[in-house]
Unconditional design. Structure first.
Length: 366
């Protein structure tokens, strides 16, 4: 993701974050917060990977991607005439920790439709990365936005993160009446890793567990529409047939979310999955293209044709598979755009148009 702002992520962290903040035309106070957040993340990554400073720098780029996708890191959410904010709502718990989301409800009256935003870049997720400005177009149209923070890498792997997103959708659906949204009119969106997670929900939502003691788990995790920027869709054929990107190749410096583990019941310890056949099996399970069926949610993708981290081929393959299954889909290609572009937020109008088309009708197109 070093292409996001056209800056060198191998340089000073503060300088890089400051340059990105300048690109986003942020005030100096917010830029300072961005630098502090960036330094904290790099420290965490260097502690986890003491022999891989460059790895820490590259994963920092995923954090900075959140700035590009969602606005300034650690931006204070001041009272806004456009929306009402409920912050740090607990949607689930795991390992003794709370999973939270923020709710942005339009003040002017909603359209009874809900959108989940995946706060994720490089499968790194942080509450301070949420920025309401990224949701303004949706709020103006009456959508309630749920900004979901998932369990973050390097602690959690992609299969575990996907479970968090299932939980978030189920939580919103279970409490839909309280939130003023239709439980059968939910959309999801995100960029990069957040786009990948959005497509996993669009193609691999799960039915509810009828006998679950937790009433939230009785709800399904299906969504009715998805929109995303430059998403990975097939980790086994990343850019070309046979190119394995399970923390390898171009994603070599994003190994933590692909560090798949399983419980060894003999000693009650989680151990790495080292059998290559098993690793590829998990890689297939977390790749959206292998889950597409005719009843999936409509898919909209915006992708740059100069993206080297997540090649355009990933979006093209996803759309190809969706069309084969007759799933409504659309791909908008940004000429000469890499993994993000300065005016990316302007393309959210296209997302909103997509959700209007597929969520506002009395019977959603699915």
């Amino acid at each position: 993701m070093r292409e996001i702002a056209g800056i060198s992520l191998a340089g000073d962290i503060g300088y890089s974050a400051g340059m990105l903040a300048q690109m986003m035309r942020l005030p100096s106070s917010t830029r300072a917060q961005t630098v502090v957040s960036a330094r904290c993340v790099v420290l965490m990554l260097r502690l986890a990977h003491p022999n891989s400073a460059d790895s820490a720098m590259r994963v920092l780029a995923a954090v900075l991607c959140l700035v590009c996708l969602g606005g300034p890191v650690a931006q204070a959410q001041a009272e806004n005439p456009l929306y009402l904010l409920q912050s740090d709502i607990v949607y689930g718990r795991k390992d003794g920790l709370a999973l939270t989301l923020d709710i942005f409800a339009p003040r002017a009256g909603g359209n009874q439709r809900g959108l989940l935003f995946c706060v994720s870049a490089g499968w790194f997720s942080a509450h301070q990365s949420i920025n309401s400005q990224f949701f303004f177009e949706f709020l103006r149209r009456g959508y309630t936005v749920f900004a979901v923070v998932h369990g973050s890498q390097p602690k959690y792997t992609i299969p575990e993160i996907i479970c968090d997103m299932h939980r978030a959708v189920r939580f919103v659906r279970h409490h839909a009446g309280k939130f003023g949204v239709d439980p059968n009119r939910l959309g999801i969106f995100g960029g990069s890793a957040g786009g990948h997670l959005s497509l996993m929900q669009a193609t691999h939502g799960l039915s509810g567990q009828a006998d679950a003691t937790d009433l939230v788990e009785r709800q399904s995790s299906f969504v009715q529409a998805a929109a995303c920027f430059f998403p990975p869709t097939d980790f086994l054929n990343h850019g070309q047939p046979g190119e394995n990107a399970l923390g390898r190749g171009v994603l070599n410096n994003f190994r933590a979310p692909f560090d798949f583990r399983e419980l060894d019941t003999r000693v009650n310890v989680f151990v790495p999955i080292t059998d290559e056949h098993r690793v590829l099996e998990v890689g297939r399970q977390i790749s959206p293209v292998y889950h597409v069926t005719p009843d999936d949610a409509p898919v909209f993708i915006v992708h740059g044709d100069a993206d080297k981290l997540v090649p355009l081929q990933q979006a093209q393959r996803m759309v190809e598979v969706c069309r084969e299954a007759k799933v409504p889909c659309e791909l908008v290609i940004k000429p000469d755009a890499a993994h993000g572009w300065p005016d990316l937020s302007k393309d959210l109008v296209l997302f909103a148009d997509w959700f209007d088309r597929h969520l506002l009708p009395s019977k959603p197109n699915s």
